[in-house]
Design a protein around this ligand. Sequence first.
Ligand code: SER
Length: 319
Amino acid sequence: MSKEKVLIIGSCGQVGTELSESLRNIYGNFNVISSDLKKPQSDFWNQAPFETLNVLDKKNISEIFSKHKPSIVFHLAALLSATAEKNPKQGWELNMNGLFNIFDASIDFGVKRIFWPSSIAVFGPTTPKINTPQKCIIEPNTVYGITKLTGERYCEYYFNRYGLDVRSLRYPGLIGYKSDPGGGTTDYAVEIFHEALKNKRYTCFLKPDTNLPMLYMPDAVKATLDITHAASEKIKIRSSYNLSGFSFSPSILAQKIKNHIPDFEISYNPDQRQAIAESWPGSIDDFDARQDWGWQNDYDLDGMVKDMIENLTARYSSM
Ligand code: SER
């Protein structure tokens, strides 16, 4: 029987949904507590403990930490890039004060290990765009990026100052079929599959040649579990690790989808998310993650496209 109690905060988001499933398989349903602002009505969320948790409510956090005494915490609750630009103050409030509240509760209740995701959004327009190194000029110009960079600095600070064992990855755009994306700039790369299968056409909110680093969700879950489970001495970067799978632009992705769905058509109507995308790197050098704790992605672009289409085809045909 597992000795660990795992708490996932922001369970119902794009990463949390898939991570909840994988963690239940590892630790057993009873030892994985999912939490979010609201509990969705579905069998999946009824099969294991679920708590309503607001990361801005310290009393609520104390109650949940004291009730479950988690040893490992995955803190995923955040406003993503496009949503945070619409609500800059709320983006800072949720992303930063939420982080402080969870860090402080983790110290108070003796949590052994925390995972918190950062993002390629920490990079900005002055960052080298190709094979962006782990350490380089980092001047984000979005609220989301500013909160992620500040959060990274605090991960390192809490580790050095309080010995809090926080681990972090700079997620690139994440693509998955099990859950819906929520307010990200890279989310066109998920929407496009749904529209291709349902309507055979998609209007993209980014320009055709906007290259961005991406990762398929099974690999993102693998990286998250690998860094969280790695021996402490392997974690040499205590802010956040660069992480990537592959890079592509909307026009390249559309061509790959056309190989499976020949009558698929894409058109372009760039909006304010174009400026966000242009401030981010086109590709990422994740050498340190590969060297320090053995990161390796299983899926390339073709493998991801094939798997997305197969799984979404099965989902839509069973509806
Ligand atoms: N996928 C995120 C976003 O687009 C980046 O981390 O906001």
